[in-house]
Design a protein around this ligand. Sequence first.
Ligand SMILES: [Zn+2]
Length: 426
Amino acid sequence: MRRSVDHKEGRGKSAPLIRCAIYTRKSTEEGLDQEFNSLQAQRESAEAYVTSQKEAGWKLVPNRYDDGGFSGGNLDRPALRRLLDDVEARRVDCVLVYKVDRLSRSLLDFARLIDRFDQRSVTFVSVTQQFNTTSSLGRLTLNILLSFAQFEREIIGERTRDKMGAARRKGKWVGGTPVLGYDVDPAGGRLVVNEPEAQRVREIFRLFKTHRSLLKLVNQLEARRWTNKSWKSKSGVEHVGRPFTKPTLRNLLTNPIYGGKVEYRDTIYPGEHPAIISPALWETVNAEFGARQRKRSDAVRAKQNALLAGLLFCHSCNRPMIATYTAKRGRRFRYYVCQRARRNGWDSCPTKAVPAVLIEDSVVAQLGAALSSEETRRQLQVAEGDWQQFQQGDPAPLVGAVVENILYHGSTGAVTLTLGNRGGQP
Ligand SMILES: [Zn+2]
């Protein structure tokens, strides 16, 4: 209406008019148990949002864009097509959805749609996810959608490991190769001391304390014909103990199990089993060759190498997502895990974890697209050197300079990137 234009232009102080279109979608498979199943409910929620922004000049357009019975897996939807036509014709300034996945369930399609909106300076808002692509000078928000299905298998594997982790934190024996000095209780589930072997373990610790050399100790043990643990597996297979080598001896001497402890992810917990080495002797020996320090600095290095460390946050818990990894058959699987999920268990957080490669690649791709415009780089005060390095495959300096934070919402796969120049901040 003409009047509203007058209103907009007539008062210099007031915000410009923002014409808002609400898009709703519901597929046929999405049953009644869905949180917000009806198009009407989605619309009402978005209408309320527009009303709440009235002071900022937001106003609903008369057209409705409702796709009932359409999947979010492709863009072949009549109401969406009408909406895109209106975006092209500049009849819309802002598109609202109840949830990101209403617009699209495909990362690629989502990125394309956001791109088309951007080209027409159209803002995209997801009402329940506090998404807003409104850009102001020197700041830019990008939205990415990750598909959960691609890595669900890894997550399931991680959950199993986490259960074992919980048992370890309680000091339980969770299986594995028996070590010299202990047997697995035939009744199962716990370690019992094998006294003759325990005597040897104590002697080995004493010898190391005296000689302070793995090599000397290997030779001594060879002369005594002492070997590592011989044991029989449940299925009856004999494992004959081998002569000690430097690595196997180091493993023995650095194993917290002998001090009555268990180790899980660089943290040592009191074990259920009895110690066979006094904590003092164990500490003295371990201080000698710093194997643990080396191991810990490996973990620190893995964290420092993580591109998004310190920037990535769990949207649900408002807690940082910590870079970590698991090693499996010599291959390292890096991921970021929500601090809350890690501390309080997987059930405490809907986001849980995200594979590092998946999210890092998405962030780098989005950054590359967003900053390909010189104008955007100028607004964000991107250093030309950082941009060149980024293009040559080293994104770390650029990410460090312009990414303020990244919010990841695990249950929707939505990622929000806030960019701005962090200036002289460390
Ligand atoms: Zn979380």
